[in-house]
Structure formats: C-alpha cells, structure tokens
Design a protein around this ligand. Structure first.
Ligand code: ATP
Length: 229
C-alpha cells in the first residue's frame, strides 16, 4: 500500500505560539485512520496544515506523492481532499440541493448518490439548510465534501454534539464509505466508535505524534496516558 497522505515532522505556529512540534501521520489508499488526542493537542491544527489553511513551518506534507507546497486551500481541495470542518459550516440561506451543487466536481458522487447515503437529505433537497437539525447539517457537510469527489475525506469532530441515534447514522455512513474504498481521516471524541471504524490510529500529545498503531493496540495504559479515559 502506498501512502496517499503523509506527514513527517510537521511543525506549525499561530503567530509566535508553536502549536505543532512534530506530527507524523499517514493514510494509505483505501484506509480509514483516526487522529486522536485530548483537547488542545493539535488535531484541528494538523487538519488546517493539511488543508493549507495554516502554513506549516517545518516538516513535509505529501498528498498523492506530491508536496502541495504553497498551494491555496482551494487548490488542495481540488487536488482531492474533501474536508468536513469542525462545526459543519453549510450555507444557511441556500437549500440542501444548492449546498450540494455548490461543491460539485465531476465524479461518481452526485445528488442521487448522496441522497442514497443519507435518505433524510434526499427528502429535504428543497429545504433551506438553516432549517435542518444538527445531525442533518452534519450529513449535509459530509455530502458537500463528497460532492467534490475526493480521494481523501477528512472529518473533524465527526459526531460532536449530535444525538446518539444520529451519531449511529453518521458512523454507519463512515463505515459504508470505507467499504466503498474511500480513504478517510477522522477526529472524534467517541473512542469506541472510532476504534471500530478505523484501521489505524495516530495519537497526538502537545502537538506531536506520540503513538500509532491498530485500534487493538489502544490498551488501557495508552488510553489512560494519552486520551484521559
Ligand atoms: P480540540 O479537541 O479542543 O479541538 P485539538 O486537538 O483540535 O483540540 P487544536 O485546536 O489544534 O487542538 O489546538 C492546538 C493548540 O493550538 C492549542 O494549544 C490551542 O490553544 C492552540 N490554538 C488553536 N487555534 C488557535 C488560534 N487560532 N490561535 C492561537 N492558538 C490556537
């Protein structure tokens, strides 16, 4: 397996303040990977660096064998990374269908395939995004990212703040996408769901990768030490 996304020794700053001190991470083709760590350890910052929403100061970030260099985040999205950002951000005044179409790029993912993955969205195509429930907005955010027909889907806080029944639907969709062969990088607080959905985990502590391995390797010792469980 070749690495689709590979980070080596990535460092990054917010102004003078260093947030990443050496992040190593890899997502192979067709693999689902969890990025873990307690609050404030650098998960969102790592995703911002991957998306070039924040410039990394050191180390390398390679996607599909290329260093995306100084490309804009727009270009990174075009290179094949679909982001579901923390806090979902859909266009509230637009309808579900308009939201989906605004992200569309040619490929297998189109309105019909998104509606099949999330039937609730399919039933609400004409409804304004502002009127959707939190869970439906997250489905729409995932649908928008899929409409870009990415090679890698990144979900930051996949199920944050959602009701258990909706979480269940989101995890089922993530497992479905993985079964379809999509590469996935996911951040979430629910350890059990994460561990059952991914092939590999990377754990951050104070902005650096401190552990990686298969979910089976997440022993009580590791989770107590790094994840505060
Ligand atoms: P959470 O689970 O709370 O979202 P996280 O692991 O995603 O945590 P980050 O949000 O990446 O962590 O934060 C990493 C560090 O960078 C923290 O010390 C945080 O305070 C700092 N930080 C995050 N965003 C900014 C910002 N916009 N400006 C300055 N510092 C920031």
């Amino acid at each position: 397996m070749s690495a689709l996304l590979e980070l080596q020794g990535v460092t990054a700053f917010y102004g003078q303040s260093q947030a990443l001190f050496g992040v190593d991470l890899a997502v192979n083709d067709g693999e689902a990977v969890a990025l873990m760590g307690r609050n404030g350890m650098g998960k969102t910052t790592t995703i911002r660096a991957i998306m070039h929403m924040l410039r990394h100061a050191g180390g390398t970030i390679r996607f599909a064998g290329r260093d995306l260099g100084t490309q804009s985040s727009h270009r990174v999205a075009r290179a094949g990374i679909g982001l579901v950002p923390e806090g979902r951000r859909c266009f509230a005044p637009l309808t579900v269908e308009e939201n989906l179409l605004s992200a569309a790029r040619p490929g297998a993912w189109e309105i019909a395939t998104v509606a099949r993955l999330f039937p609730r969205l399919g039933e609400r195509l004409g409804q304004k995004a502002a009127l959707l429930s939190g869970g439906e907005q997250q489905m729409l955010a995932i649908g928008r990212a899929l409409m870009t027909n990415p090679r890698l889907l990144i979900l930051d806080e996949a199920t944050e703040g959602l009701a258990p029944v909706v979480r269940h639907e989101i995890w089922a969709a993530i497992r479905d996408l993985k079964a379809q062969g999509l590469s996935i990088l996911v951040v979430d607080k629910s350890l059990r769901e994460l561990a059952s959905a991914v092939d590999r985990c990377f754990v951050l502590e104070k902005g650096a990768t401190v552990w990686s391995g298969s979910p089976d390797g997440l022993t009580e010792d590791i989770t107590a030490r790094y994840l505060g469980v």
